[in-house]
Design a protein around this ligand. Structure first.
Ligand SMILES: Nc1ncnc2c1ncn2[C@@H]1O[C@H](COP(=O)(O)OP(=O)(O)O)[C@@H](O)[C@H]1O
Ligand SMILES: [Mg+2]
Length: 339
């Protein structure tokens, strides 16, 4: 069914230590990213997508802000057991990340060329000249016109789309095996969005690079991803290959997200959700299914017992819902009426 895993996340919990106590922003997340695969992570804002991504690279301050539990197996190594030094060797080298807002992650006082050179020289024993040539080549690969000139410019001299390309060039400098892209196109206009996605998809095809693509845009998922993981309030609620998920969503939350997808010919700037209600804050989590407070089908069991993420028999879909079987058979409406 799916490719050999490069990244295997199991039971990941990321706790933030806040004034209100320890909050699990990521609460028992498990999924794989196969070699050469583009896996989409979707869900409304606040569902823990970024926290999951940043946990993979252990970007949160582990002394004061956050702690992790579970396993993040990358190519046979549990990243959660590595030393800070070993993690630095992984970041930007084996696994790279690009963020929604490139301006905040680029250094304003260095030219973009210098920033690519730095990344290269941090991980590879190459000379300055060779690194500078490679930086230009990387900028060219991301579709930046006149890369020799652009390499000498500073981030503020570039447009949003250009900056995102620079981020991608930096991320790709060391030919990572896994690219984590956290809403890489959200801040960009629709045409540039499409170009950046095509760039990522092309690199995936040519270099076999695996991609974890975080987005709240199901249109993006449909275009770019092979598999999809749907998150709600720190948990995976559904995971399936992209065709299956679109043809037969099984979790009421996924079904709600699907309904909210703007038409393909229409306005893609519209954001989720059309799911009624809003994501509760982490402090308000109740014992049962996390989605129960917004689910049209929820009953007493849903409100008191948390369903596990399980493969629904007879399907390739993993889903976390007591009534997934009935939804799959189209019986939920009736079942609901009987209760
Ligand atoms: N540094 C932090 N300290 C405390 N809580 C945080 C921090 N970063 C994120 N959170 C909380 O973690 C939850 C998940 O956030 P996030 O991963 O950013 O969601 P998403 O990327 O899906 O929009 C949210 O409730 C958010 O408020
Ligand atoms: Mg986010």
């Amino acid at each position: 069914m799916s490719a050999e895993p490069l990244l295997r996340i199991r039971g990941l919990r990321t706790y933030f230590h806040t004034e209100r106590g320890r909050l699990a922003a990521v609460d028992g997340v498990s999924f794989d990213v196969g070699k050469g695969e583009i896996v989409g992570i979707v869900g409304e804002s606040g569902c823990g997508k970024s926290a999951t991504a940043q946990s993979v690279l252990r970007l949160f301050d582990e002394k004061r802000l956050a702690s992790y539990e579970g396993e993040i197996d990358y190519d046979g190594t549990d990243l959660l057991r590595l030393s800070p030094k070993q993690m630095r060797d992984i970041r930007g080298n084996e696994i790279s990340m690009i963020f929604q807002d490139p301006l905040s992650s680029l250094n304003p006082v260095h030219t973009v060329g210098q920033q690519i050179v730095e990344t290269l020289r941090l991980h590879r024993p190459i000379g300055k000249k060779e690194a500078a040539a490679r930086a230009i080549e990387l900028l060219r690969m991301t579709g930046i016109p006149a890369p020799e000139r652009r390499a000498r410019e500073y981030p503020h001299q570039l447009s949003g789309g250009m900056r995102q390309r620079v981020m991608i060039a930096i991320a790709l400098a060391c030919e990572p095996k896994l690219l984590i892209a956290d809403e890489p196109t959200t801040a960009l206009d629709v045409t540039i969005q499409a170009q950046i996605l095509e760039l990522i998809a092309g690199l995936n095809r040519r270099l076999g690079m695996s991609v974890m693509l975080i987005t709240h845009d199901l249109g993006v998922v449909a275009e770019a991803c092979t598999r999809v993981v749907v998150m709600y309030l720190g948990q995976v609620v559904e995971a399936a290959d992209v065709r299956t998920l679109f043809a037969k969503p099984l979790h009421p939350y996924t079904i709600g997200l699907m309904r909210s997808v703007p038409r393909l010919d229409g306005d893609r700037t519209q954001e989720l959700p059309a799911v009624p209600g809003s994501v509760p804050t982490l402090g308000q989590v109740s014992p049962g299914c996390r989605f129960a407070s917004r689910c049209a089908f929820a009953d007493d069991r849903c409100r008191s017992e948390m369903p596990e993420l399980e493969t629904l028999p007879g399907t390739d879909t993993q889903v976390r819902c007591w009534y997934a079987g009935q939804i799959a058979e189209g019986r939920l409406a009736d079942a609901n009426r009987e209760r």
